[in-house]
Design a protein. Structure first.
Length: 87
């Protein structure tokens, strides 16, 4: 797991340019412990003409804030992010 966290941090800090990362370890609805990685940004980020804000920065992440993506934009974003993890 430590190796995976190092890879996540390398990609998120260096390739995406976040300012810090929050991690959530949860086991509520799902029957297994799982982690959420929340890249945090001081400033607006734009990908594919979509604005991504972090209105809670630098305090607690605002988990109620949502960036709405249509299915095609979501597919492109997932493909882009997966591609960042290929060495």
């Amino acid at each position: 797991m430590f190796h995976d966290i190092q890879q996540i941090e390398r990609v998120v800090f260096k390739k995406i340019g976040c300012d810090k990362i929050n991690y959530l370890a949860l086991m509520m609805v799902d029957p297994f412990v799982h982690y959420h990685v929340l890249p945090r940004f001081k400033e607006l980020k734009i990908y594919n003409n979509i604005e991504f804000l972090d209105p809670g920065y630098p305090s607690i992440a605002d988990l109620n804030y949502k960036t709405f993506l249509d299915e095609l934009d979501f597919t492109y974003l997932v493909k882009y992010l997966k591609g960042l993890f290929v060495d």
